[in-house]
Design a protein around this ligand. Structure first.
Ligand SMILES: Cc1cc2nc3c(=O)[nH]c(=O)nc-3n(C[C@H](O)[C@H](O)[C@H](O)COP(=O)(O)OP(=O)(O)OC[C@H]3O[C@@H](n4cnc5c(N)ncnc54)[C@H](O)[C@@H]3O)c2cc1C
Ligand code: FES
Length: 408
């Protein structure tokens, strides 16, 4: 790789931008409407519970016309709560026009004491991102959840591994933290990034990546693919479709030379990459991926905490849940389609969730009694499903009583 071409953005394209730039949870999408019963398997070790704290914004840095990097100051007293692994995300919570909004943002820097950085890209018509770009300023406090997520790896000393990421748009955010961590962990590690954007101007972290390339010229390979701008190489110009991916994997990056893959971008691109790598015989456990949305408008960030009325004499399901060692029970009208998360939030406001769309996995719990039907699952791996985990934001009870445990 060190002798290979430097296909990072050429100087003309780079000069054209003021100073701007651009990233897998090893999840397996289970079939829609999965009927789940409790598993009789061993319980995983206790996990740190995701909790919100107020963090002060130390800096807001424009990355492109449509994206910013936000640096939060993490006080010593909260240092432990905000320890994180590269590739993890935080949820940010705010109230806009009376609506409680939560959105997840990946941490865009290898772990550093005292700071936490995220990057937010404005989506057209996007409620939180539009507000964030217009309003976030140094000195402001925001509610930030402690880090979560499994889109990470153990960058072991002396593994001398070759990592490859395929990212598009804001998908670069967790990937840049993974790149920094992999290259810092061992001077035998190599990283190749295939990064798709529409134009150079629109490319998040373009200068930061160029700086990393300067720092690790022989160990980092950057392949910027631009869909609406001509690059010197035809292979790096145009849509990253099946044909282009096939050709890139036949020339710039050969799967037989790769130890681990990270995929982050639009749903369709991640699926294309997973299918292509599987067809090339890459084992699924070497491919990690993170989804920001399901690709279906309206599926993620769905409503939560909606009020539910139980008519007199109406059949109900008893939902029991354990959270932080305390057990609570709530009734949910049978046949109402109310999710376990929605019901639990009616009696305890601190039940963990972030995307409410089956994407992030923050709301996962072990089903210990009864049965549920899970509408979507973009976050749990097959072994987690086998161990009885469910996404409570997607699970509707199908038995008269159920119990879930958030503490395992
Ligand atoms: C684990 C995880 C990590 C993530 N990391 C990042 C990250 O690092 N950086 C990042 O930028 N995002 C990230 N996201 C996505 C982020 O959480 C939000 O989903 C995103 O910022 C959009 O939120 P929003 O409130 O602006 O948009 P929403 O209001 O929720 O709308 C979602 C999308 O629907 C479309 N839409 C909504 N209303 C309209 C309308 N009226 N007209 C046209 N289109 C419309 C827009 O395209 C919009 O972007 C991540 C998500 C997850 C689950
Ligand atoms: S809250 Fe994100 S998957 Fe349930």
């Amino acid at each position: 790789m060190g002798d290979g071409p430097d296909t990072s953005l050429d100087s003309a394209a780079k000069a054209a931008i003021s100073r701007g730039d651009i990233s897998p949870a090893n999840t397996a999408k289970s079939p829609v409407n999965t009927a789940i019963s409790p598993a009789n398997t061993a319980i995983a070790p206790a996990r740190r519970r995701a909790q919100f704290h107020n963090l002060q914004i130390a800096e807001v840095r424009p990355l492109t016309d449509n994206s910013i990097e936000v640096t939060f100051h993490v006080p010593d007293s909260l240092a432990h709560a905000y320890d994180y692994e590269p590739g993890q995300y935080v949820a940010i919570r705010t109230t806009l026009e009376g609506e409680d909004l939560r959105r997840s943002y990946s941490i865009c820097q290898a772990p550093r004491p005292g700071v936490l950085k995220v990057a937010i890209k404005r989506g057209q018509g996007g409620t939180f991102s539009t507000w964030a770009l217009a309003n976030l300023k140094p000195g402001m406090d925001l509610e930030v959840m402690s880090p979560e997520g499994k889109f990470t790896s153990q960058f072991l000393l002396e593994r001398r591994a070759h990592y490859v990421a395929i990212a598009a748009g804001s998908g670069i955010t967790p990937v840049i933290a993974l790149i920094q961590s992999a290259l810092e962990a061992d001077d035998g590690n190599r990283f190749s990034l295939i990064y798709s954007n529409s134009t150079a101007m629109d490319t998040m972290f373009v200068d930061d990546l160029a700086d990393l390339k300067d720092r690790y010229p022989a160990r980092l390979a950057l392949y910027h693919v631009l869909t609406r701008e001509r690059r010197s190489s035809e292979l790096l110009t145009g849509r990253l479709d099946a044909d282009k991916l096939e050709r890139i994997l036949g020339s710039l990056v050969r799967p037989s030379d790769v130890d681990e893959w990270f995929l982050c971008g639009p749903f369709e691109l991640v699926q294309l990459c997973r299918d292509t790598l599987a067809a090339k015989g890459v084992p699924a456990e070497e491919v990690r991926y993170e989804l920001f949305t399901t690709g279906e408008p309206g599926k993620s960030q769905s409503q939560h905490g909606r009020p539910v009325e139980i008519a007199e004499g109406q059949k109900v399901c008893e939902i029991t849940f354990r959270l932080d060692g305390t057990t609570s029970t709530v009734s949910s009208p049978s046949g109402s389609g109310e999710t376990v998360l929605n019901a639990a939030l009616r009696v305890r406001g601190d039940v963990p969730f972030a995307c409410a769309g089956g994407v992030c996995g923050t709301c996962r719990a072990v089903l210990t009694d009864g049965a549920v039907r899970m509408a979507e699952n973009f976050a749990l791996e097959p072994d987690e499903l086998e161990r009885g985990y469910v996404l409570t934001c997607q699970s509707v009870p199908t038995s008269e009583k159920i119990a879930v445990d958030y503490d395992t």
